[in-house]
Ligand binder design. Structure first.
Ligand code: FAD
Length: 487
């Protein structure tokens, strides 16, 4: 087994390193930052508030378990999680509140009671979304789509052929507007486009299968918070001998005769015949392979949305909030237009509030809560982020104070803000996009960068900017695909 270098200790880099080490490779992870996790890091604010910095919604936990099972370890010895019920609390612009219960029937009954929309429309929609997931996930998510064997396999043709019968042609919004008469229900299901940073008015209807992940398979909370995922994978990787070189950014991937030969950092030059980049694919080419031809069409794919996040220590408890809370805007179409066409923040925004102290009380002092308050915004293209941050902060405070009936600003005891340029600087994600390229195109799945280089042997890619896409589950699948390609 040849030694392998992994560039970046994001969740995909950690999972790839652990999988490769379990397979018997000598693995070294080079990480630019002081620790592991990437977007999935944690931090504390003065006053005793802990925060997960990035991801908060967690589905398909079995993909984490799979890494421990591969190592013949009991997953629960490393990582435990609970199924959420309710999954999300919704606050609509007209004042209606709705709890999204995990079980489809109970959720549908709540929809009928609170919105007056027929329960059957919801159960039928979720059942269809489950069938669509079963018909397509194996092809589009679990394999390297870019190997001829997958592209032309009978399974792929079957998956593509199944789309019309499942009502999966057109955009996500069109699909939801056809399924539901109540615009609030359309908005609720349209929101799932944001799970990979896309626009429901452009993204293909195939993404309508995302709700199945939550209501069919389940939404989960890792004991101790999302950072526990990174921690558990890091621990397994270390147990299998993976070496971590923190504070050592890779400056160049070395190449001779179309083969990878090693890496250069400020500290040293290292020989490696196999390199896995967990760094965003755009800067991997631009900064680490500046003399190599880059796949320009792939790199030019539109970016996903980014986010403005306000981390607030709040001196009060709100019983009406749960772990996941959504405060919808009154005009979703304008909101997405502002993001994806105007490249700005509109005047009415949807606000997501995540409160981990609801599940992990130690994340905030007694009587307080730790609020992760996020608004979807465009990726960084040089906008005036100081002005946009101030504007968004005002909009958020007005929306939350109105919906909760309490002035929120005086309750903020500690604050930190993460902006798109900050996300880009801290994780090297191009433009601070949360999920690499967007899925605002029916062919997006095919246009993402493959998990290997077609030009340079020994070069592989994992993480949210390459196949199968962004978000924790897909990042974990990218690590699995890479480990299987290397063998
Ligand atoms: P990243 O986390 O991007 O890490 C890459 C690592 O590579 C970093 O540690 C970086 O320092 C390192 N690196 C970069 N360049 C170099 C170099 N030259 N040398 C060495 N190291 C380098 N996903 C969900 O599933 N659910 C959510 O709710 C969710 N919400 C999100 C909210 C926010 C605010 C953010 C930011 C993201 C969210 N995501 C969510 C997306 C999810 O966090 C990402 O898809 C995932 O964590 C990306 O992991 P990754 O493996 O691609 O690596």
């Amino acid at each position: 087994r040849q030694p392998v270098a992994v560039i970046g200790a994001g969740v995909a880099g950690l999972a790839a390193a652990a999988r490769l080490a379990v397979a018997g490779h000598a693995v070294t992870v080079f990480e630019a930052g002081p620790s592991f996790g990437g977007k999935m890091h944690q931090f504390e604010l003065p006053g005793g508030y802990r925060f997960d910095a990035g991801p908060s919604l967690f589905t398909l936990p079995q993909l984490v378990d799979d890494v421990f099972r591969l190592a013949h370890r009991a997953p629960a010895d490393y990582f435990r999680y609970e199924r959420l019920d309710p999954i999300t609390n919704y606050f609509f612009a007209d004042g209606t509140r709705l709890a999204a219960w995990a079980e489809a029937g109970q959720f549908a009954a709540e929809v009928e009671e609170k919105l007056g929309a027929p329960a059957a429309a919801v159960t039928q929609f979720l059942a269809r979304s489950g069938r669509a997931y079963d018909a397509t996930a194996g092809t589009f998510l679990h394999k390297s789509l870019h190997k001829a064997g997958t592209y032309f396999s009978p399974e792929t043709l079957k998956a593509v052929g199944a789309l019309p019968a499942l009502g999966l042609l057109g955009t996500m919004h069109q699909r939801h507007a056809k399924a539901f008469a109540d615009p609030r229900l359309v908005q609720l299901f349209d929101r799932y486009a944001t799970y990979n940073g896309s626009d429901p008015y452009q993204a293909p209807a195939t993404l309508s299968m995302i709700p199945h992940l939550e209501h069919g398979i389940g939404a989960f909370y890792p004991v101790g918070g999302i950072y526990a995922i990174a921690e558990s994978l890091h621990r397994l990787a270390e147990e299998f001998g993976v070496k971590f070189r923190f504070n050592e950014p890779v400056e160049e991937i070395l190449v001779a005769d179309k083969h990878v030969t090693g890496l250069r950092t400020a500290q040293d030059v290292y020989d490696f015949g196999q390199v896995v980049s967990n760094m965003d694919v755009v800067p991997t080419y631009r900064r680490l392979l500046p003399t190599q031809p880059a796949p320009e069409r792939t790199l030019a794919q539109p970016r996903s949305s980014s986010a403005l996040i306000f981390y607030w220590g709040i001196a009060r408890e709100f019983p009406e909030l749960d772990l996941h809370n959504i405060f919808f805007s009154s005009d979703y179409q304008q909101e997405f237009k502002a993001i994806f066409e105007g490249k700005t923040v509109g005047d009415d925004v949807t606000v997501y509030v995540n409160v981990t102290s609801k599940k992990t009380p130690a994340d905030a002092p007694a009587g307080h809560e730790n609020w992760f308050v996020m608004v979807n915004v465009p990726h960084d293209e040089g906008q005036d982020w100081d002005a946009l941050t101030q504007k968004t902060r005002r909009l958020v405070l007005t929306r939350l104070s109105g919906a909760l009936g309490v002035a929120i600003e005086p309750l903020i005891k500690a604050e930190k803000i993460w902006t798109p340029p900050g996300i880009a600087a801290d994780t090297s994600s191009f433009g601070g996009a949360l999920y690499g390229s967007s899925s605002n195109n029916p062919l997006a799945a095919f246009l993402r960068h493959p998990n290997f280089s077609g030009r340079l042997s020994g070069l592989y890619f994992c993480g949210g900017s390459v196949h199968p896409g962004g978000g924790i589950p897909l990042c974990l699948l990218s690590a699995k695909i890479v480990a299987e390609l290397i063998g």
